[in-house]
Ligand binder design. Structure first.
Ligand SMILES: [Zn+2]
Length: 488
């Protein structure tokens, strides 16, 4: 039995004898629902529904070649979703446009409905986006306990083909359950314009609204989250030009220090991203630099930097490191993740970009944590990012506490690419650090070891060095790996 009748809220719109006056805003998903429900059309003849897949970034099959699929690719609550309806026209199908309608229900109530047209040229194929009927459902409809149903109707209100009926509704019964999961709904970025000064000459990054919004949207397209929030921080002016690797490393460490600056008010769940102009020559420098954040509680390592001109792709990669992602093994990327599941860092599962409306084939596109191109998120990276976003939001946003903003008894000691040690600001937060265990010797005034404490090493992604997070020694010097720190 078909279950396409509106229930609950929508019954007031579509089911009443006296129509309810309804004004919808352009962006209101209810407008789309009303448009679909108020436009009854005959079922399409001569064509079958044979497949259904959902795309928020990585392909998630629901129905494939007529069989239901339990796909492990995560569907994220609150995120826009493209449904591709795979169809097979019968041999006698008379060429014309047909409409696919997708209905999403939450706890049995219709939460989203949308439609799209296609004049089918043949059986849908996986690789051809133009061969499927692609229906986009607003993120507000996607949540737990979701079910989905699809139907094919004639694109014209009157025309009905001469062919026999096909399987124009799926499922032909109760809507099909899909698993949609919450991971906190948000990825927060604290975006810092880094302004370089050389005498009277100023090199400022592109902070035009269009450019910054374009980067924000590209970040949203690549990460499994409902929304990406950009907070634009005040300008930061380093005391040097970013013209060599040590300057890169210094700037990244200053971004870590910004996290401890009460005037800035950076929240622990925010990803600090320093962006700067490429106008200053820098030979042999990386395109971006980040800390590798081993755990969701390692807020001090949620810091990255990169050029403004190429920052969308770079930023996705760098903030990926700040989500604890190591390199995927292609293009000579250092420290490749030994657990990456697909040979040569191919993405392994078809991808789809909600922003550019493009498919990425599983065996010719590479994971964006590699150095190979073209790139997109693999299923592996998508899942890991999903889990990290969920972990960060659970720690900081599900149960906010004032303690997270207090200074801890921890302090970072930065290690530059050429091995120079400098102290950072005391860290905020309430959580124990994560990283590679590293013993630190505390020294007395005469340089004699007093005791050994446990620190953790957090590496840079694209340069030698990183930071050692340790209990704040307060005063004096420490020795790590045979190197002597400056005095605190
Ligand atoms: Zn990298």
């Amino acid at each position: 039995m078909r279950q396409l009748l509106p229930v609950g809220l929508l019954s007031v719109v579509a089911g009443c004898a006296a129509p309810v006056e309804f004004t919808c805003l352009e962006s209101d998903p209810l407008c789309e629902i009303v448009t679909v429900l108020s436009d009854e059309r005959p079922a399409a003849t001569g064509v079958d529904i044979v497949g259904l897949a959902a795309y928020q970034g990585v392909e998630h099959w629901i129905l494939k070649d007529g069989d239901t699929v339990e796909d492990e690719v995560r569907l994220v609550a609150g995120r826009d979703t493209l449904f591709r309806v795979f169809i097979a026209p019968h041999d006698d199908f008379v060429s014309r446009e047909i409409t696919a309608r997708v209905y999403v229900f939450q706890a049995g109530k219709l939460s989203g409905a949308a439609q799209a047209n296609l004049a089918p040229l043949g059986v849908s194929t996986e690789t051809d986006l133009g061969s499927t009927i692609n229906v986009r459902i607003a993120g507000s409809a996607m949540d737990g306990d979701a079910t989905v149903q699809v139907e094919l109707v004639e694109a014209s209100a009157t025309a009905s083909g001469p062919e026999r009926e096909g399987d124009s509704v799926w499922p032909d019964g109760d809507p099909h359950p899909i698993v949609v999961e919450q991971n906190g709904g948000l990825l927060r970025v604290y975006y810092v314009p880094v302004v370089q000064k050389d005498g009277d000459t100023e090199y400022a990054p592109d902070m035009s609204d269009d450019h910054v919004e374009s980067i924000r949207q590209q970040m949203w397209a690549a990460f499994p989250t409902a929304e990406v929030e950009f907070v634009i921080g005040e300008d930061y002016t380093p005391s040097y030009l970013i013209s060599d690797n040590n300057a890169w490393s210094n700037l990244l460490n200053e971004m870590v220090n910004l996290r401890s600056d009460p005037d800035r008010g950076v929240e622990p769940d925010q990803y600090v991203y320093g962006v700067f102009s490429q106008s200053v020559a820098c030979s042999g420098c990386p395109a971006g630099l980040s800390y590798l954040a081993y755990t969701e509680s390692a807020d001090y390592s949620r810091a990255s930097i990169g050029y403004d001109s190429i920052s969308a792709g770079t930023m996705v990669h760098e903030v990926g490191h700040a989500h604890g992602r190591e390199h995927s093994p292609c293009g000579g990327a250092a420290g490749p993740d030994p657990n990456y599941p697909h040979e040569g860092a191919i993405i392994g599962v078809r991808g789809y970009d909600l922003l550019s409306d493009v498919l990425f084939e599983p065996d010719t596109v590479y994971d964006f944590m590699s150095y190979c191109w073209p790139s997109w998120a693999s299923d592996y990276t998508w899942e890991a990012l999903y889990q990290r976003i969920k972990g960060v939001n659970a720690l900081y946003n599900a149960a906010p506490s004032n303690a997270r903003l207090q200074n801890t008894a921890l302090r970072p000691l930065f290690v530059s690419p050429d091995g120079e040690l400098t102290w950072g600001e005391p860290l905020r937060g309430e959580l124990s650090p994560g990283g590679l265990s590293t013993p630190v010797e505390l020294l007395d005034d005469l340089g004699r070891p007093v005791t050994v404490v446990d620190g953790v090493f957090v590496p840079y992604d694209h340069l030698p060095g990183g930071m050692i997070v340790m209990p704040d020694p307060g005063v004096g010097r420490v020795r790590v790996g045979g190197r002597l720190s400056p005095a605190l």
